[in-house]
Design a protein. Sequence first.
Length: 144
Amino acid sequence: MLNFARLMVFHTRYRVPMIIISLMQFLGAIGTEMINIFLICQQDSVQNVIMNFIALGVIAEIDNIYADTLYNNASKKEIEDETVSLMINDRKPARPNYNSRFRPSTWAHGILRLFYECYYYYFMPFTVIVLTFLTDLVDESPVY
């Protein structure tokens, strides 16, 4: 959504809110993922880990359940009928200066994409190891 708003939306009054909403969506997803990992790392038995993992998976599906209930939505019908094109063309943006390397939205998109591709895909499992180690350091209960 950030890349589409950055390149393909012509009017600024629509473009800026789309960029803000896409940043909010990204930061919300990353924050939720970190909290979920932290919650699962705090569990003391395998049964609690599995129970919380399933519960968090159900919570993550709530937005999909809500989206499936939209049955008379004009936007959904246009997208399904393919009357609206959501294709992103990097070579031909809505305005020529939108593809400039010096725009803040281009920098934000590049940094977030780098973070998402490097950390989220490859290094997120290592977060579990680091969080488990750090929570053991902070834990004040005596080890028996």
